[in-house]
Ligand binder design. Structure first.
Ligand code: ADE
Length: 225
């Protein structure tokens, strides 16, 4: 998979993708993440990429020209499965969206800044709009990082134990069950006995029941009950 990210603050993203699982995924060539500085694509003086909104009002708007130049330049080399704009008024990110995106070959993510982007970018280039939650960030970079992380960890081979993505919360429209590790007894706080029994079917039943119970109490909206 290849992910291209367009931003006017590339330094915010560079360190994020240079560490941890995301770095390993790139080292293993399972994904390639490429951050592009919007300012490299403007023809305006002083690398200007934003301007005042027509009709007035507070806040600057990212101009269509540098964005169009950047997208078209990237499109010369590949076709994008989705051109994603991250915005608080987009569809709320969830595991289903992450799963679907993890099957794609080429993703392009456009980060807004200031008040956002000229509406014509959304009309003519963007194929999907995603929000990471009902709050406003000062730019789309964190949202692009969140989406990329949620997608990259689902690519087969990225996590060392592949099944661990399959047992994540939300993967079966349920929260994950409680988990424990050594010691089995910490100052009298003991691990549920069934987990020490070695009886796989019983353990699976217990985990399913716990996941169901946890989902019922914390996120009943996930269950069609
Ligand atoms: N840009 C600013 N706020 C955002 C949010 N909540 N989700 C996605 N992109 C954003």
């Amino acid at each position: 998979m290849r992910i291209d990210i367009i931003t006017c603050l590339p330094q915010l993203l560079d360190s994020f993708f240079a560490a941890s699982i995301l770095k390993r995924a790139q080292d293993k060539e399972l994904v390639s993440v490429n951050v592009h500085d919007l300012r490299d694509y403007t023809t305006y003086k002083h690398k200007q990429v934003d301007d005042y909104a027509f009709g007035g009002g507070a806040g600057m708007v990212l101009m269509i020209e540098p964005i169009a130049n950047c997208i078209r330049s990237l499109q010369k080399d590949r076709t994008y499965d989705e051109i994603i704009y991250v915005t608080p008024d987009g569809e709320r990110l969830n595991q289903r969206i992450a799963n679907r995106l993890s099957l794609k070959e080429n993703l392009l993510i456009l980060c807004g800044h200031y008040k956002g982007v000229d509406e014509r970018v959304r009309e003519h280039f963007v194929t999907q709009e995603i929000s990471i939650g009902d709050y406003v960030l000062s730019g789309g970079e964190l949202a692009a990082a969140v989406i990329s992380d949620s997608v990259i960890r689902l690519i087969p081979g990225v996590l060392s134990d592949e099944t661990s993505a399959l047992t994540d919360s939300f993967q079966d429209d349920m929260l994950a069950p409680p988990i424990y590790t050594r010691p089995a007894d910490f100052e009298g706080w003991v691990v549920p006995e069934v987990l020490l029994s070695g009886h796989e079917a019983k353990i699976n039943d217990w985990r399913y029941e716990q996941a169901l119970q946890r989902t019922r109490t914390r996120r009943p909206d996930l269950l069609n009950e």
